[in-house]
Design a protein around this ligand. Structure first.
Ligand SMILES: [Zn+2]
Length: 202
């Protein structure tokens, strides 16, 4: 079954390990355990209509159908993103406390892990294939292309203009810029610190 839907698209991406985890088995295993726990914490803090679609390496892809009221849907997704950053920080601290006994590269550098979130909105195709839900279309590709950018902050939220249009207060938050998306061109975005996300519970 394939249908079109207007959605909010989110990628929550954990970074910080790729620079120094060398190919040693203990470090690799522990790095994957730590990142998995953090991804679980992120997923546990998403609730309907925001839905985990799949994990992609050190990232989670989520989406929410906009329904009749895209602005309310976007506000809900933004608030959930805020909760994910809080859960990420709390879980990172808890994992670090549990792993003080291990001196591998992964366990001694948990504090260097960071979370980045990317949000875009638009019409996509939702495909049900062999028990899997596949999100398809240019908007999905655009969202993934945003991850390759030249933003220097290590932790931030990047919203496309389409996402900002649904959140009027965005104009007063963070800074405006653009991201070069391979094959698509420059896309206007807004980059803000995670503590600037609306925390209003819905
Ligand atoms: Zn370890």
């Amino acid at each position: 079954m394939i249908r079109l839907a207007h959605v909010q698209l989110v990628i929550a991406d954990i970074s910080g390990y790729t620079d120094f985890i060398v190919n040693r088995s203990v470090g690799l295993l522990h790095a994957e355990q730590i990142v998995s726990e953090l991804l679980e914490a992120i997923a546990a803090n998403s609730r309907h209509p925001l839905t985990l679609n799949k994990f992609e390496g050190d990232a989670a892809l989520l989406y929410a159908e906009s329904g009749d009221d895209p602005a309310t849907a976007a506000a809900d997704v933004l608030a959930q993103l805020g909760a994910m950053f809080d859960a990420f920080a709390a879980t990172r601290g808890a994992i670090a406390a549990q792993r003080t006994g291990c001196n591998c590269d992964a366990c001694t550098n948990i504090h260097s892990l960071r979370l980045k979130a990317f949000m875009h909105c638009g019409e996509i195709a939702i495909k049900h294939l062999h028990g899997f839900v596949e999100l398809a279309g240019e908007e999905v590709i655009l969202l993934h292309r945003l991850l390759k950018n030249d933003v220097r902050e290590r932790e931030y939220v990047m919203l496309t203009a389409a996402a900002c249009a649904l959140w009027p207060a965005a104009a007063g938050e963070g800074r405006a810029g653009s991201a070069e998306c391979e094959g698509i061109g420059r896309v206007p975005v807004r980059v803000l610190a995670s503590d600037r996300l609306p925390r209003a519970a819905v």
